[in-house]
Design a protein around this ligand. Structure first.
Ligand SMILES: Nc1ncnc2c1ncn2[C@@H]1O[C@H](COP(=O)(O)OP(=O)(O)O)[C@@H](O)[C@H]1O
Ligand SMILES: [Mg+2]
Length: 212
């Protein structure tokens, strides 16, 4: 059985596609079979994949409300399905929540971004109530700016939602957009870099979270 991870946040720019592509690559480099599912009608993950002629990762576009059913049809032989979530499309988010084992919510360290998660958290919790806690969900803070007190405060603000917050996070680094421009990831950069370490830490924490 494949593990289905949905990366969701109704807000555009939260870091969904960045986390989806990099996390998918990290899991693949760990030796697993990974399929990236682009549920955003804008097709950012598909554009990313096309920029590398599809050589890095398999990516499929499933951006209809039949997502949960469609996923069933393609999940054979995969270890992981990573769903890159769509912004602002409630039905698609609900469909992804229905079929996911784990939901990761990337959120930028700003109060507006924290407040904007409220509807999504409500939908997730409503689902968890009827399904014995499935899917498990956690926040992953994205684009942390070094040496800011704010990031710590945001961690505390998110605790109000009563969902776990990953200890690992991504920092604001040029290598994220720069690598994406060529359909690549921070893990494929020529030199070892701190962004790659961040992504590997998130992948590791995800595996611990699944097994916890
Ligand atoms: N950690 C980061 N550091 C620098 N830029 C980032 C980081 N995460 C995301 N970005 C950039 O921010 C923008 C929005 O991120 P993206 O992953 O596309 O968000 P979403 O898919 O939620 O709309 C993109 O241009 C992306 O390259
Ligand atoms: Mg996106």
């Amino acid at each position: 059985m494949s593990k289905i991870i949905a990366i969701l946040n109704q807000k555009g720019g939260a870091g969904k596609t960045t986390l989806s592509t990099n996390l998918a690559r990290a899991l693949q480099l760990d030796g697993d079979k990974v399929l990236l599912v682009d549920s955003d009608p804008q097709g950012s993950a598909r554009d990313w994949n096309a920029a590398a002629n599809g050589e890095l990762l398999p990516v499929v576009g499933l951006d209809r409300v039949t997502l949960a059913k469609d996923i069933q049809a393609i999940q054979d032989n995969q270890d992981w399905l990573i769903i890159d979530g769509a912004p602002q499309i409630a039905e698609l988010a609900v469909a992804a929540i229905k079929c996911a084992d784990i939901i990761l919510i990337p959120v930028q360290p700003s109060p507006y971004d924290v407040w904007a998660c409220e509807d999504l958290v409500d939908i997730i919790k409503t689902r968890q109530e009827v399904t014995n806690g499935k899917p498990k969900a956690a926040f992953v803070i994205s684009r942390v700016i070094k040496n800011t007190q704010l990031s710590k405060e945001i961690g505390e603000a998110l605790e109000g939602y009563n969902l776990p917050v990953f200890k690992s996070y991504t920092s604001q680094r040029v290598i994220y957009p720069k690598s994406a421009a060529t359909g690549s990831t921070v893990l494929d950069a020529e030199q070892a870099n701190e962004a790659a370490a961040e992504i590997r830490a998130i992948a590791k924490e995800l595996k611990e979270f699944i097994n916890a």
